[in-house]
Design a protein around this ligand. Structure first.
Ligand SMILES: Nc1ncnc2c1ncn2[C@@H]1O[C@H](COP(=O)(O)OP(=O)(O)OP(=O)(O)O)[C@@H](O)[C@H]1O
Ligand SMILES: [Mg+2]
Length: 135
């Protein structure tokens, strides 16, 4: 299959998390790692709304899905802000701080581009890999 890429903007509010999941599910209907891709985009979209300027009134974020023969690239571009994505150390009693850990456990690589004016949090999935059984 040849490479392709689709991107779509979503409003920076909670209902967009489900819409972003549906966008990814529709694009990846026949891909073995569609569930992992949905989960990753859901976590990154949630973070964009909760932790970046995308969550302000009128804010938005951009979800991109790029497919190659054996790899999927997923990216969520937000509208920046003072906070930066960072992985917390696992803490059994703690609440929160698990989204990026989950992304890191599912993806073969992930990272962040950008600055306070806008950040892309991206993740790469092996297009044929099995889902991680737990985190
Ligand atoms: N897009 C983002 N922009 C700015 N800061 C971010 C972004 N994504 C994550 N962060 C920062 O990284 C931290 C860790 O993110 P993570 O998703 O792991 O945890 P959380 O969102 O705090 O909690 P949880 O995802 O478990 O509900 C966040 O608390 C936030 O400070
Ligand atoms: Mg989170």
């Amino acid at each position: 299959m040849s490479a392709w890429r689709f991107s779509r903007y979503f409003l920076g509010s909670a209902p967009s998390i489900t819409e972003a999941r549906r966008f990814v599910a529709a694009l990846l209907r026949d891909w073995p790692t569609a569930d992992e891709a949905e989960l990753i985009v859901s976590e990154l979209a949630t973070n964009a709304i909760r932790h970046s300027a995308s969550g302000r009134f009128g804010g938005r974020f951009l979800v991109s899905v790029q497919a190659h023969t054996d790899r999927l690239w997923l990216g969520v571009l937000d509208e920046g802000g003072p906070s930066s994505p960072r992985v917390f150390r696992p803490c059994p009693e703690g609440e929160g701080g698990r989204g990026l850990l989950l992304v890191a456990s599912l993806a073969i690589d992930w990272g962040v581009w950008g600055d306070e004016h806008g950040r892309t949090v991206w993740a790469v999935l092996n297009a044929g890999s099995q889902a991680a059984s737990c985190i």
